[in-house]
Design a protein around this ligand. Structure first.
Ligand SMILES: C[S@@+](CC[C@H](N)C(=O)[O-])C[C@H]1O[C@@H](n2cnc3c(N)ncnc32)[C@H](O)[C@@H]1O
Length: 270
C-alpha cells in the first residue's frame, strides 16, 4: 500500500475516533442513568477477574469510571483510559483518588509494551475499526501471560432498529457488529488464546422507540460516522421508522430491543 493511502486511512480513523469521543463526551453526565446494559455486562465480567491483587490493570474505554472504581478496590495499580476528555473529567471528580486517569486512543495506547498484567474493557471494542490492528495494540501492552478481559456486542444486536430503518432508507443508522466467529478468529492466534467465552442474548424493554433512542444517545451510541446522508433523516423518516418498529411491539405494549453480549477472556501466549 502507498504511503499516501496509509496516511488517508490513518486520517479517516482519527476523524472517526474524534467523532466517537465527542459523542460520548456529550453523554458523560447522563451516561450513568442510561447504562443498564453496561452495568449488566460489566458485572458479569467481574466474575472472571483473576484473584491476584498485585497487578497493574487498565480499564480500556473506562467511560465514567464506574468499573474502574471497583477494579481499584481490588488491584494495586489501576489506570482508567478513555478517548473522551469529558468522560475522564467526570470520572476524576467522582471516583477513587488512587486511580490514574489517562486520555488516549485504544488504537494507539500511550503505554509501554509488556507493561500491563490485565486489560479490562467493558462494551468498548465494538467501536474500534479496524478491530484487528486494535487487538494487536491491546496485546502489545500486555506482559507475557497477561490477560485481556472484555465484553462487546455481536451481530444481531439492535436488529429490530436496523430492520425498521431498512424499511425507510439505505443509510447506516446502527454500527456493524462482528460475528462470534470473527472474534474467535481474531483472538485465537499464535499470539493469543481465547480461554473463556460466552455469548448472552438479552432483550431490553422500552416504553416507545423514543425511549430506546434516548438510551442509545445517553450511551453515546447514537452516531455512525459512515452514514451517507447525514441530516436527511428528518421527522418524516423518523416517524416511518417508528411505524415499522411497531411490528416488534409486544402484546403488553412494550418495545423490545435485542443485544448480543459477548464476553471473552484472552491470554497472551507465553
Ligand atoms: C459504552 S462506553 C463504556 C464505558 C465503560 N467501560 C462502562 O462500562 O461504563 C464506551 C467508552 O469507550 C470510549 N471509547 C470509544 N472509542 C475509544 C477509543 N478508540 N479509545 C479509547 N476509548 C474509547 C468512549 O469514550 C466511552 O467512554
Amino acid at each position: 500500500m502507498h504511503n499516501f493511502d496509509q496516511a488517508n486511512i490513518a486520517k479517516a480513523r482519527i476523524e472517526k475516533t474524534t467523532e466517537i469521543a465527542k459523542s460520548f463526551g456529550a453523554a458523560s453526565r447522563s451516561y450513568d442513568v442510561s447504562a443498564r446494559l453496561q452495568r449488566y455486562s460489566g458485572k458479569h465480567l467481574m466474575s472472571w477477574l483473576p484473584d491476584d491483587t498485585d497487578l497493574t490493570v487498565v480499564d480500556l474505554g473506562c467511560g465514567t469510571g464506574f468499573f474502574t472504581d471497583i477494579l481499584a478496590s481490588q488491584y494495586q495499580q489501576v489506570i482508567g483510559l478513555d478517548v473522551s476528555t469529558k468522560m475522564l473529567s467526570f470520572a476524576k471528580q467522582s471516583r477513587s483518588k488512587d486511580i490514574f486517569w489517562l486520555e488516549g486512543d485504544a488504537n494507539s495506547i500511550p503505554l509501554q509494551s509488556n507493561s500491563v498484567d490485565l486489560i479490562y474493557s467493558n462494551l468498548m471494542i465494538q467501536w474500534l475499526d479496524p478491530l484487528d490492528s486494535a487487538i494487536k495494540e491491546i496485546l502489545r501492552v500486555l506482559k507475557p501471560g497477561g490477560l485481556f478481559l472484555f465484553s462487546t456486542l455481536t451481530d444481531g444486536t439492535l436488529f429490530e432498529l436496523k430492520s425498521s430503518w431498512k424499511q425507510v432508507d439505505d443509510d447506516q443508522h446502527v454500527i456493524d457488529f462482528k460475528t462470534e466467529s470473527m472474534l474467535e478468529t481474531l483472538l485465537n492466534t499464535d499470539v493469543s488464546t481465547l480461554i473463556k467465552q460466552k455469548n448472552n442474548p438479552i432483550s431490553l424493554e422500552y416504553e416507545n422507540v423514543l425511549h430506546l433512542a434516548r438510551e442509545l444517545k445517553g450511551l453515546g451510541a447514537n452516531k455512525v460516522h459512515d452514514r451517507k446522508n447525514k441530516g436527511l433523516s428528518g421527522k418524516t423518516k423518523w416517524q416511518k421508522m417508528c411505524t415499522a418498529y411497531q411490528d416488534f411491539q409486544e402484546p403488553n405494549g412494550v418495545y423490545p430491543a435485542s443485544y448480543h453480549v459477548f464476553s471473552g477472556l484472552v491470554k497472551l501466549n507465553p
